[in-house]
Write a new protein. Structure first.
Length: 110
C-alpha cells in the first residue's frame, strides 16, 4: 500500500510555510525535513511519524492513537507514530506537525 496523497497534501499545507522545508521519499513513504533534519513522515499505512525529544516521545505514547515507531523490530525512541484517528482533524494534525517541526528546527542544520 502506498501513502495517501490527500494526507500528504494536508501535511504540505501545514509545514510548507516553514523555512528550510524539503520532502524526501523514505521508508516506503515520504518525509518532511527542516534544514535536513527529519520532522515528520508519512508511512505506507498512513501513520504519521513524528520526531520528538526522547522524553516527549515517551510521554506521547500515553496519548490516544499514538504508538512506538518500530523499524525492522527495533524501536526508534525519538519517534512516535500517530494513526489516522489522531490526524483526522486539521488541528490535531497541525499539532503533531508543529511538534516535530519545532524539534527538527532546533537541531543543527545538516
Amino acid at each position: 500500500m502506498t501513502y495517501s496523497e490527500e494526507l500528504a497534501d494536508r501535511i504540505r499545507e501545514i509545514v510548507g510555510f516553514r523555512e528550510g522545508v524539503t520532502e524526501r521519499k523514505m521508508f516506503g513513504g515520504i518525509a518532511w525535513m527542516i534544514h535536513g533534519n527529519m520532522a515528520v513522515g508519512l508511512t505506507r499505512d498512513d501513520g504519521l511519524m513524528v520526531r520528538l525529544p526522547a522524553d516527549e516521545a515517551e510521554l506521547a505514547l500515553k496519548e490516544d492513537h499514538v504508538g512506538p515507531m518500530d523499524m525492522s523490530g527495533r524501536r526508534m525512541k525519538a519517534f512516535v507514530v500517530v494513526d489516522s484517528g489522531g490526524t483526522a482533524e486539521d488541528g490535531d494534525l497541525a499539532g503533531w506537525i508543529d511538534a516535530g517541526s519545532d524539534f527538527a528546527a532546533s537541531m543543527p542544520p545538516k
